[in-house]
Design a protein around this ligand. Structure first.
Ligand SMILES: Nc1nc2c(ncn2[C@@H]2O[C@H](COP(=O)(O)OP(=O)(O)O)[C@@H](O)[C@H]2O)c(=O)[nH]1
Ligand SMILES: [Mg+2]
Length: 570
């Protein structure tokens, strides 16, 4: 048995697998899954890998909470100096401030923690930075980070706040007497609970006269949320001194934090709780992403199936149109009657005279010989059939996609274009039909070449014979009714008899079968090209077939690494 990977390697592998898993189909759970994937990747980079690399690094305490809760004021009060900006103007803290003892600066200056955020000193940096403030009023081993509002009106601030909380060894979660029942704080407290993050809660700005009542209510809410174990600090609303809380209000929290910094065991216990909780939560969070990936794979299958069914129906429609005799209606029938019914070609069979006369008629009147007109009629009618079916398939696919998960996203901006045949379809279809007719003529020619009846074929004209074979392809008269059957059936039968006289019975059947097969193959190629417009769009965004299995394997490898002696087990 091969040794399990080391825990950091397993985490890095999981991170890479997540980063390379596309969630391109706009399924309902796509955005959630993307956010979760981003959060897991960030937590691996920002917290888990750095923490595993150095279990004794200083405790990173992130002060988070809702807008105007008093986070920055609390941080300044904890340190005992103005190290971060508090204020009524929102949003105030958009670039986070990390305060630590000067000896700990080295632990936070590199990219060990939060590698995506550049460090700045001496003043606030712009977006994408962390301001590092060394202050010897903080004990070694304890760093405090003032984070942006978790409910900031600025989305990038909210995201950053979430990312910073995920990088914390310890959350100090600040809410107020007026705001603690809001949804956002509880969403975050639930996250802390799910991830087993070490947590202290500060109930800030509590009016002294209602302190007990509010505190009891809040404690009850914490208990019901499964957070009875969280350490609670109540801070009364008092006039600020130099922008800071009175000592008696901030003292207990500061003492507790300093105590953690001083007590190696207690600090290690906090780190272990958050680390284990974060590792435990990965499995479940990735399971949610796996479900979304599988949802995307299934949605992609459904979308492809819908297109496949529409185009299969179009193929059947074309085949049916060819076999049912529908193609013999209208112009083709008229030309066929002209060609056969006048007996012109019958006479032309008698010998050179007829052929000569055909040519003379064509020369004098400028009209193409009847065989060519028949072929032209066949061409139009087959083209029309191909186009009608391809048009219908495109429309059917678009209608199906509108109500399938992920479908509307793929149609976005291209719906008008996709619900018609592709712009070059008419030309491609015309070329295919002409090629088919050419192939039928070639068939007739090569079939005739080894017959004694070549002379008769020549007198008949390959065009005429080819037209007759094409009509024979359509001559399953099932679709014709009444008089049409009599005319088409009778004349077709007459034509068929003469064809048989020229080529022989079996040869005519085989000619017709080969010609029909050839036409099916061409219709198939045309439709495949049309369908590819839809399939291609799905393929561009669908997860690769192994995506879900790869993620599962990465989670299994992580579990194995945690069970190994060097891992951080449960
Ligand atoms: N009187 C009083 N004002 C406070 C208290 N905490 C915060 N403030 C004021 O409330 C506003 C917002 O505080 P701030 O610390 O910037 O909140 P943050 O958004 O959570 O960082 C500032 O004007 C603070 O001076 C407090 O306990 N008492
Ligand atoms: Mg602030």
């Amino acid at each position: 048995m091969t040794a399990p990977p080391r825990l950091p390697d397993a985490l890095a592998a999981l991170r890479d697998t997540l980063a390379s898993t596309p969630l391109g189909l706009a399924t309902p759970d796509r955005d959630d899954a993307r956010r979760t994937a981003r959060a897991v990747i960030d937590q691996i980079d920002d917290y888990l890998l750095p923490r595993l690399r150095d279990l004794d690094a200083p405790l990173l305490t992130v002060v988070g909470g809702s807008t105007g809760a008093g986070k920055s004021t609390l941080v300044n009060s904890l340190v005992g100096a103005t190290v971060t900006t508090a204020g009524v103007l929102r949003p105030t803290t958009s670039s986070p401030v990390l305060i630590c003892a000067p000896v700990d600066v080295v632990a936070f200056s590199g990219d060990r923690v939060l590698p995506g955020l550049a460090r700045v000193t001496g003043g606030p940096g712009g977006p994408g930075t962390v301001q590092l403030v060394p202050d010897d009023r903080l004990p070694a081993g304890l760093a405090v980070l003032d984070a942006p509002d978790v409910d900031s009106v600025v989305e990038s601030n909210r995201d950053l706040a979430g990312q910073l909380l995920a990088a914390a060894d310890l959350w100090v979660f600040v809410t107020t007497a007026a705001r603690y029942a809001d949804a956002v704080p509880w969403d975050l407290l639930r996250t802390a609970q799910e991830r087993g993050t070490a947590l202290a809660v500060v109930l800030d700005r509590v009016p002294p006269e209602a302190g007990t009542e509010i505190t009891n209510d809040f404690t009850g809410m914490l208990q019901r949320a499964g957070l009875a174990g969280a350490r609670l600090f109540v801070v009364e609303e008092r006039p600020l001194v130099d922008g800071r809380l009175p000592e008696d209000q901030v003292g207990p929290l500061r003492d507790w934090l300093h105590g953690l910094a001083a007590d190696q065991e207690a600090r290690a216990a906090v780190v272990r709780q958050t680390l284990t909780g974060a590792l435990d939560s990965l499995e479940q969070r990735v399971a949610g992403i796996v479900a979304a990936v599988e949802g995307q794979t299934a949605a992609a299958d459904d979308l492809r199936r819908a297109a496949g069914a529409s185009y299969a129906a179009a193929f059947d429609g074309i085949d049916e149109g060819v076999r049912s005799g529908t193609l013999l209606r209208g112009e083709v029938l008229a030309r066929w009657q002209e060609f056969v019914g006048t007996g012109e070609w019958m006479r032309s069979l008698q010998g050179q005279v007829g052929r000569l006369r055909d040519r003379m008629v064509a020369a004098v009147t400028g009209r193409p010989a009847p065989g060519e007109e028949l072929n032209g009629a066949v061409e139009h009618s087959v083209e029309r059939l191909l186009r009608a079916e391809a048009e219908r398939a495109a429309e059917r696919t678009v209608i199906a996609w509108r109500s399938l998960p992920g479908g509307p996203g793929l149609l976005d901006g291209v719906e008008r274009e996709l619900e018609r045949v592709s712009p070059d379809f008419p030309e491609a279809a015309a070329a295919q039909v002409r090629d088919w007719q050419g192939a039928v003529l070639d068939l007739v020619r090569s079939e005739g070449a080894d017959k004694r009846s070549t002379a008769r074929l020549v007198s008949w004209g390959v065009n005429g014979a080819g037209g007759a074979v094409m009509v024979a392809v359509f001559a399953h008269t099932g679709g014709l009714t009444g008089g049409e059957i009599a005319v088409a059936g009778g004349t077709t039968a007459a034509g068929q008899r003469v064809l048989e006289a020229v080529f022989g019975d079996a040869a005519v059947r085989s000619l017709a079968a080969r010609a029909r097969e050839d036409l099916r193959a061409r219709a198939d190629a045309l439709l495949r090209y049309e369908q590819d417009r839809f399939d291609g769009r799905v393929a561009d965004v669908a997860p690769p077939p192994t995506a879900a299995a790869d993620l599962r394997a990465a989670v299994r490898a992580l579990a194995a690494a945690r069970q190994a002696p060097t891992g951080t087990g449960r």
